[in-house]
Design a protein. Structure first.
Length: 119
């Protein structure tokens, strides 16, 4: 069993984040032990790691709860949709980078490749 600090450290989040997830209902708050500490088991560790990974991938917290409650096939389908969205976003950003690069090549104020300064 882990304390809230140990749980947070293990999952790579802050204690404040764990408390926030309790407040919004993403992570169930366990009962306190005789000394008043919350004790977390393996289920909480897995849930928190999933929450952190999904949030880090840009999934809104309001959608993560539904994903955690979904069966395996619905969870897989949701993650595939997220992956597709991220791929589209990457393509859009790469196109923007190319467009910016092309525009800098055509401007007289582009950096000089030999001197590393503006011409």
């Amino acid at each position: 069993m882990l304390t809230i600090g140990q749980l947070a450290a293990y999952a790579g989040v802050t204690v404040r984040a764990v408390r926030h997830y309790h407040q919004i209902g993403l992570l169930p708050e366990p009962e306190r032990d005789a000394s008043g500490y919350r004790r977390y088991g393996a289920t909480a560790v897995v849930s928190l790691i999933k929450i952190h990974a999904l949030a880090g991938a840009g999934v809104p917290l309001s959608q993560i709860g539904q994903m955690l409650e979904a069966d395996a096939s619905a969870f897989t389908e949701a993650t595939q949709r997220i992956d597709s969205h991220l791929r589209e976003e990457i393509e859009r950003l790469e196109a923007s980078r190319k467009q910016i690069w092309r525009s800098t090549l055509s401007t007289p104020l582009s950096p000089s490749p030999t001197r590393g300064c503006w011409t």
